[in-house]
Design a protein around this ligand. Structure first.
Ligand code: NAI
Length: 267
């Protein structure tokens, strides 16, 4: 068989959380272009609906929108059940929804609010646990599936520039959750991997946005760019290649691993 056929996703169903915009939308687009029907899940249901319509028009595939807070167990159960009801099965599941640190740079750990720590762990780590385990229940019966988490370079190394604390702890948790579930679900032919993006030009973090006029922020941005061998932020679409690889049979022997796509930041 040609290696190119391994990337095809005809007759598959993919669910992507946090897919109304940003990296998640590009994951959804890659799945749809490769032939899968797609569920776009987001806490912002209106935006999810707009994005689903846009994608369905672009690719001619079935794309549905579901509103859910993926840090909530009932919502994640419902998003999977609704996907089964509307699209018939679930082959590929991206846990991607996440939030950034609201106040960057973090200067002093003593001023770091416990409530912020709790929120970052809940939205960035608990959500991945819930999405992974809910999807795995369905995939176990099918004896096949691919789960892809979204970690970060800050899940694999400390953040020397912006001082992300709760965010890094949550993303480190995603990396090890990926390892553990990769092992535990391997007997069911379910693969679990993660993508660790470097700096991606999305609306996620205000401080990291390239047009932020604050001189202190600009200095930190310059340090970030200097620290990145490719010397630029990624476009969200540059996460599509690894997403398609991990979702498809092209990666049939890959599980439990986190793949950095970071312009060389970790190297
Ligand atoms: P974004 O802010 O553009 O998109 C995140 C989406 O998740 C939004 O549509 C938002 O409504 C949704 N969301 C947030 N909380 C939710 C919840 N509780 N339930 C359901 N949906 C929720 O962010 P971006 O940049 O696309 O980030 C996507 C993922 O990539 C996140 O996990 C983020 O931590 C990760 N990442 C992003 C990097 C970047 O530089 N942008 C770098 C490394 C990782």
């Amino acid at each position: 068989m040609s290696v190119l056929n391994l990337f095809k996703l005809d007759n598959r169903v993919a669910l992507v959380t946090g897919a109304a915009q940003g990296i998640g939308f590009q994951y959804a687009r890659a799945m749809s272009e490769a032939g899968a029907d797609v569920a776009i899940v987001d806490i912002n249901k209106e935006k999810a609906e707009q994005s689903a319509n846009e994608l369905a028009q672009e690719t001619g595939r079935k794309v549905i929108a579901l509103g859910a807070d993926v840090s909530n167990a009932e919502d994640t159960e419902k998003m999977v059940q609704d996907t089964l009801k509307k699209l018939g099965r679930l082959d590929i599941c991206f846990a991607n929804a996440g939030i950034s640190e609201p106040d960057l740079p973090v200067k002093d750990i003593e001023d770091y609010p416990n409530e912020l720590w709790d929120r970052l762990i809940k939205v960035n780590l608990r959500s991945h646990w819930l999405t992974n385990t809910t999807a795995a229940k369905v995939m176990k019966k099918q004896k096949k599936g691919s789960i892809i988490n979204t970690a970060s370079i800050y899940g694999l190394a400390a953040d020397p520039i912006w001082g992300c604390i709760g965010y890094s702890a949550a993303k480190g948790g995603v990396v090890n959750l990926t390892r553990t579930l990769g092992v535990m679900l391997a007997p069911y032919n379910i693969r679990v991997n993660a993508i660790a993006p470097g700096f991606v030009d999305t609306g996620m973090s205000e401080a990291e946005q390239l047009d932020n006029p604050d001189p202190e922020i600009q200095k930190l941005q310059n340090e970030t760019l200097f620290r990145t061998p490719l010397g630029r932020y990624a476009q969200p679409s540059e996460m599509q290649g690894i997403a398609l690889y991990l979702a498809s049979d092209a990666s049939s022997y890959a599980t439990g691993y986190t793949y950095a796509v970071d312009g060389g930041w970790l190297s």
